[in-house]
Ligand binder design. Structure first.
Ligand SMILES: Nc1ncnc2c1ncn2[C@@H]1O[C@H](COP(=O)(O)OP(=O)(O)OP(=O)(O)O)[C@@H](O)[C@H]1O
Ligand code: SF4
Ligand SMILES: [Mg+2]
Length: 371
């Protein structure tokens, strides 16, 4: 028998998750399945009612490059408005980039249209942030989970749909008998399981999960993350897992990218980012994550992020983080730091701090100037 979870799911899921035991390298070959190069998305700002004139642009994503390897989870973290959801929409082809490319298995998907684009979308699915608003309240769970089959009937011919939907509900730890129920009859965690079942319906190779647990209680968050880890192994999935909180993505991510104002500012393996962060922004985000040991919590230094995030329509010159960075100097206003392995005086001779960081003064320890 399966045990019930806090979110009321019937799953045999979390407790038996094989991925909790399997190190990432055993999950499968590690070739890049997706490559984003210099992705840019600028939303035009217009003035005028009859004759619209472009007066600027919101630089939501402004030159982002990364690789997603098969079977891995890439965590993307950053504050509200830094461009995470826009990046997710570019990767899933829900929006076209202003410039740059997204290659799926080597093919540039930003150039696809028609049938080829439809086939591509089947392979890269999205799971959305808020299970309360992303599910249509007037549709049954069966209709919601089976909706992708309307667009891709070749995956499940009409006569097989109900059985396929019930299989999907079972796979995500929900009772297959719930197929005729409506979203309001489920808890938040169960609704996110429904969202995940829908994301799995077309058997994609990649799932882009945009803050899939942000709206859930902490205990339920862990169950949904465990479920996603189990499904990753079962279905050989690669994930881009988006969150605004570094602590949420740590457990599930093999690698992490930290975003600020439309750019990646630091990328590395889970341990490089959490144990050896070199970018002042990552260091500040990590200093805000509570530590379970009360004594250590008492001793540790917090780096307070001063000021608000600047507008992406008018980002600061040079380093975009400089208006909130305690280490900023005139070089930071003048020269944009590139995302690369640190060079110069702060650079360690060797070790895990040598991962890409977009800071002129990247170093393992935060050099905090007292106020
Ligand atoms: N369709 C659009 N038109 C104009 N501006 C947009 C559009 N979509 C997003 N933006 C702007 O682009 C920036 C990035 O938005 P995005 O939703 O990608 O951020 P986010 O990191 O997902 O934020 P959150 O954590 O709040 O979900 C924001 O300033 C937002 O207002
Ligand atoms: S380049 Fe300058 S402003 Fe930017 S993060 Fe580094 S020290 Fe701070
Ligand atoms: Mg978002």
């Amino acid at each position: 028998m399966t045990s019930a979870t806090d979110d009321g799911a019937a799953g045999a899921t979390a407790a038996t998750a094989p991925s909790a035991l399997a190190p990432p390298q055993e999950r499968g070959p590690r070739e890049a399945i997706l490559e984003a190069r210099d992705l840019v998305k600028h939303y035009p700002l217009t003035q005028g009612i009859v004759i619209k004139r472009q007066v600027g642009a919101v630089k939501a994503v402004d030159g982002v490059s990364f690789e997603l390897r098969r079977g891995e989870t890439l965590g993307i973290v950053g504050e509200s408005g830094c461009g995470k959801s826009t990046l997710a929409k570019l990767v899933t082809s829900l929006e076209a980039p202003t410039s740059g490319s997204v290659r799926f298995k080597g093919e540039d998907v930003t150039r696809l249209s028609g049938r080829a684009l439809k086939a591509l979308r089947r392979n890269i699915q999205m799971v959305f942030q808020d299970p309360y608003t992303s599910l249509n309240p007037r549709m049954t769970v069966g209709d919601i989970v089976g909706e992708p089959f309307d667009i891709h009937p070749e995956v499940a011919p009409k006569g097989e749909r109900r059985r396929k939907v019930q299989e999907l509900l079972d796979v995500v730890g929900l009772n297959p008998e719930y197929v005729n129920r409506y979203p309001h009859q489920f808890s938040g965690g169960q609704r996110q399981r429904i969202g995940i079942a829908r994301g799995l319906a077309l058997r994609p190779e990649i799932i882009v999960a945009d803050e899939p647990v942000s709206a859930l209680d902490v205990s339920v968050q862990a169950q949904v993350i465990n479920l996603m880890e189990r499904l990753q192994d079962e279905f050989d999935l690669s994930y881009i897992f988006i969150a605004h909180d570094l602590s949420v993505v740590r457990h599930i991510s093999d690698r992490v990218g930290v975003m600020y104002l439309g750019k990646l500012v630091e990328t590395g393996t889970e341990s490089e980012i959490y144990e050896y962060p070199t970018h002042p922004y990552t260091q500040a985000l990590l200093s805000a994550v509570p530590v379970p040991d009360p004594e250590a919590e008492e001793r540790r230094a917090r780096i307070v992020l001063d000021g608000d995030v600047p507008s992406p329509a008018d980002p600061p010159s040079g380093c975009r983080f400089r208006t909130r960075c305690r280490k900023a100097d005139e070089r930071c206003a003048r020269e944009e730091p590139l995302l690369r392995v640190p060079e110069g005086p702060g650079r360690p001779a060797e070790g895990p701090a040598l991962h890409p960081s977009a800071c002129h003064y990247a170093e393992e320890k935060a050099r905090i100037v007292p106020d």
